[in-house]
Design a protein around this ligand. Structure first.
Ligand code: ZN
Length: 228
């Protein structure tokens, strides 16, 4: 009753098309749900995201839930998370992502989830790391531990727009501080690195290389969206 009353007084609208949501809809309406550009990369080992990292860093598997475009639904979802602070949206889409790769996560023996960290300045501005919320969503459906707190970013990099891939890559080199305790768990380790949107993959690559320098571990990568 209260829920129904609140829905009348403060109707929640669809992130995609701004239509008022029905009771059974969350974040996006059914029409937009059907329009979601879901990748199905979980069924394709050599998918476009995996190929992005070929010759750069070895990942056991690479997955992105959605295809990111310059305009459209996925961009609106990402903006609602990052700039409007819709944390529940990040968590819920993390759960969606987690359900897609639950099988792969368990079959490949992933035993820790790591969000690509934000620089402390950016974290302070935004108040949260969207990738960590995605990780929390994944953790809730896979029961794999979130170990994001073991990694921090140190140096603030200048804006990365309008730079070549190589420049970007150099720009994000060695900016992570990794707590060695991350590796002190029963020998075997397989980390799933989680980012919100992967474009060139430079940030994920630099974090992966930093981790590989420090310990003998397997790595995989998952993103909410991939901009091919
Ligand atoms: Zn809609």
């Amino acid at each position: 009753m209260i829920h129904a009353l609140l829905a009348v007084l403060f109707p929640v609208s669809c992130i995609g098309c701004e239509k008022v949501l029905l009771d059974q809809e969350t974040h996006i309406c059914l029409n937009c749900e059907l329009e979601l550009p879901v990748t199905n990369y979980q069924n394709e080992t050599n998918n476009p995201l995996a190929k992005t990292f070929w010759g750069r860093v070895k990942f056991e598997f690479a997955f992105a839930y959605l295809v990111y475009k310059k305009a459209g639904l996925v961009k609106r979802i990402v903006q609602a998370i990052k700039y409007k602070g819709n944390k529940q949206l990040a968590y819920d889409f993390g759960q969606r992502l987690g359900r897609q790769i639950k099988l792969q996560i368990h079959q490949n023996g992933v035993n820790a989830l790591i969000a690509v960290p934000l620089h402390p300045k950016r974290l302070k501005q935004r108040g949260f790391n969207q990738s960590e919320l995605i990780v929390q969503g994944i953790a809730s459906v896979t029961h794999i531990q979130n170990k994001s707190e073991y990694i921090k970013r140190t140096v603030h990099t200048p804006t990365q727009t309008a730079k070549s891939r190589i420049e970007r890559w150099e720009n994000v080199l060695s900016i992570y501080e990794v707590d060695k305790q991350l590796f002190q768990q029963n020998g075997q380790c397989h980390f799933l690195l989680v980012d919100d949107v992967v474009t060139t993959g430079a940030t994920v690559e630099s974090l992966a290389k930093e981790l590989l320098k420090m310990g003998n571990c397997k790595l995989s990568v998952a993103a909410l969206a991939f901009a091919p």
